[in-house]
Design a protein. Structure first.
Length: 118
């Protein structure tokens, strides 16, 4: 199952996504035109679009090993993020330029704390 998972996907604001694309994570499938990135636009992107893209990256695609998502975008679909339990793709919440990282919201840290009984 993990052998095919070779891509890092990103759901981020324009600055975050652009930086990661410049770092070389961008992939567009020439046959299906599927992208491994999603650019969130503050006033234009709906919660439904975010949810649909999250489902695509986590449920429909079998080539993604890691999903990087800006924490403020993860907050929009927090219940989905908190209830996600599959090992692949792993989900990592990251900060953005305009929204600092809050460890109290991070679903991975919440799960670790629960595991250790905190």
């Amino acid at each position: 199952m993990a052998e095919k998972r070779t891509l890092i996907a990103v759901m981020g604001d324009e600055d975050t996504t652009t930086g990661l694309l410049l770092a070389g994570i961008g992939q567009i499938n020439p046959d299906t035109n599927e992208k491994n990135f999603f650019i969130y636009k503050e006033d234009k992107t709906t919660a439904e679009e975010i949810s649909d893209k999250f489902d695509e990256f986590t449920e429909q695609r079998d080539d993604i090993a890691l999903l990087l998502i800006n924490q403020h975008i993860a907050d929009v679909i927090r219940s989905k993020i908190d209830n996600y339990v599959k090992p692949f793709p792993a989900i990592l919440e990251i900060p953005s330029k305009d929204h600092p990282y809050d460890p109290e919201k991070d679903s991975v840290l919440k799960k670790v704390r629960k595991l250790f009984g905190e």
